[in-house]
Design a protein around this ligand. Structure first.
Ligand SMILES: Nc1ncnc2c1ncn2[C@@H]1O[C@H](COP(=O)(O)OP(=O)(O)OP(=O)(O)O)[C@@H](O)[C@H]1O
Ligand SMILES: [Mg+2]
Length: 275
């Protein structure tokens, strides 16, 4: 659908997406943002990698299961990377990426780094205390690819999530509108700030995953949202197929406009904030 971009190739950057409660749309935001970046700058060389670090939910692994994507490895993603016999310091992520085929021969660079293959990949993650270190190494290697890395952390608040947050440059929070979500956002923000990660937070994306937002709820918000996303069932369904919805999608339209203005480095020149 070719959105406008400003001339230079997207600057490499890594963003962690953390949600305040289950079902806010962290996974959908990760996938939609990735598809937008890929659509805008994929063909001029920007690599886009979506990583699932939601070790409890595995929502991105689940969502992308039906995307047209292939991997060289029998066991790909984080589990394959974790099981690699090469010592962690020298281990490569390349063989464990799942390459997304968008149907456009000019765009070959989008990849997913899922938890792993199979129905319940989260169950097969290492439980011997090495997960944090392994995830840290994976994020580091994925950042070495010099593209746009978006990591779905979901609601998980473990040392694994902290390790992701320490590695990436930016953190985006996802919540809903209203006072309850404000409170949850404040709690999540405090959790990050206490751990020295508050400054990486770009802001909160206020989503409406069930189409229940009321105008009045927005007025009660204590902190203004970084972005506001409308309910768009058709758009969400197209994204679930691994395709970027067209201009008619309110979700993608809103996300694209707000990413251009408020999500640093994306599609553009590394500028932070509105231009
Ligand atoms: N703006 C939206 N419009 C329409 N549907 C949406 C929107 N945001 C999210 N959804 C839908 O709501 C459901 C939950 O979204 P998603 O899985 O992205 O949330 P999540 O925060 O990742 O949840 P979990 O905590 O379970 O991982 C999905 O079916 C998704 O398609
Ligand atoms: Mg999810």
């Amino acid at each position: 659908m070719a959105y406008q971009w400003t001339g230079s190739i997207g600057v490499p950057h890594a963003v962690a997406v953390l949600s305040t409660t289950r079902g806010c749309g962290a996974t959908l935001l990760t996938a939609a943002a990735g598809l937008i970046v890929d659509d805008a700058v994929g063909r001029v060389g920007q690599t886009v990698v979506l990583m699932d670090a939601d070790t409890d939910g595995g929502g991105l692994t689940e969502l992308t299961r039906y995307w047209n994507a292939t991997s060289e490895a029998g066991v790909d993603g984080l589990i394959g990377f974790a099981e690699d016999p090469i010592e962690l310091a020298n281990r490569s992520v390349h063989g464990y990426l799942r390459h997304v085929h968008t149907g456009d021969p000019r765009r070959q660079d989008m990849a997913v780094f899922p938890l792993g293959p199979g129905d319940k990949p989260g169950e097969h993650l290492p439980t011997n205390g090495t997960l944090q270190e392994t995830v840290g190494a994976a994020v580091e290697r994925l950042m070495d690819l010099q593209g746009c890395l978006i990591v779905d952390c979901g609601v998980v608040r473990t040392p694994v999530t902290l390790e992701v947050c320490r590695q990436v440059q930016h953190i985006v929070l996802v919540g809903r509108a209203g006072p309850t979500s404000d409170l949850e956002t404040a709690e999540l923000m405090a959790w990050l700030t206490e751990r020295g990660l508050g400054e990486k937070v770009l802001g909160r994306v206020c989503n409406d995953p069930n189409g229940t937002r009321h105008g009045a709820a927005e007025v009660t918000e204590v902190t203004p949202a970084l972005m506001r996303l409308p309910y768009d069932r058709g758009g969400a369904a197209t994204i679930a197929l691994g395709r970027l919805p067209g201009h008619g999608s309110p979700l993608v339209q809103a996300l694209c406009e707000q990413m251009l203005a408020r999500w640093p480095d994306v599609l553009n020149d590394g500028a932070m904030g509105a231009r």
